[in-house]
Write a protein that binds this ligand. Sequence first.
Ligand code: SF4
Length: 311
Amino acid sequence: MSELRHEFSWSVSRRGLAETCLRAYYHQYYLAWRGWERDAPAERAESYRLKNTTRLPMWAGDCLHQAIEQWFEQRAAGRTLGAEELVERALARFRGGYKQSRDEAAQWRRAPKRHTRLQEHHYAEACVDEPSGRAREYGGRFVERIQRAARWFCESSELAAVRAAPPEQWLACEQLGTIELFKTAIHAVPDFAYRDAGGVLWIHDWKSGSERPEHAFQLALYALYAEQRWGADPTGVRCVADYLEEGRAVEHRFDAEALEGVLGAVHASITALRELHFDAGGSDGEPARFPQLSVGASACATCAFRGPCGR
Ligand code: SF4
């Protein structure tokens, strides 16, 4: 078997984490490397475990994404799932993951990638306190959001063309893909892409939260992805951010100037992150080059790495 190498690659989420906190970035992309090995040093094993935690809002989004992926699988097989069935599938996974997180921490410690562990449980946050009823209230919020989102996906007029697109027009559904920009592998996972009967390429991105400025950046990158993967003219790609819980579809198109700006930002980020890059297979690097945020920073309150960070 060939030796696994720690190589630099880039993604929108990698840039996002580095911009939020370089120390969290260090844990996620460097110290966690080889943390899965049986004889991994304790701090690497811990970073790897924490890298494989999630938070309830992300877990809810993940369950919804997976249920929608199943919707497409069923559709390809000639069956259309209704809204209630989609809700049921997403909620079954959501509740199962919550229970596993609460009750099976030891299993997660042994096999972090195969078990759900919520940071809320790991750090005993007040929002998951069961005797006070706060856990019910907190979890209930996401149950409602999943219900709303699944119904909008199945019933909205905004997504009628997506639901009606025949499988032979589909290009991608939740598949991790890689393109190359500035001699760097760029990872992206477009949620759903298809070419309509008129030849127009559409890319949809299911969003669980509210609209944020970086969503347009991510969609512009998908237009560039479509250029390399499917030979599309990126200025003609129709990119849509679907805010499932809010029941809102926001379409973006990017002209040549906008795409130049995005490429410039990708280049700047790659250059800055390559400056910091080291082979985590060979050493732990210099943690001081990845500074922590100041004490009291709001990002620490929901950070996976607040344990080893002492926050
Ligand atoms: S706890 Fe705060 S300082 Fe530490 S890694 Fe997380 S965000 Fe950064």
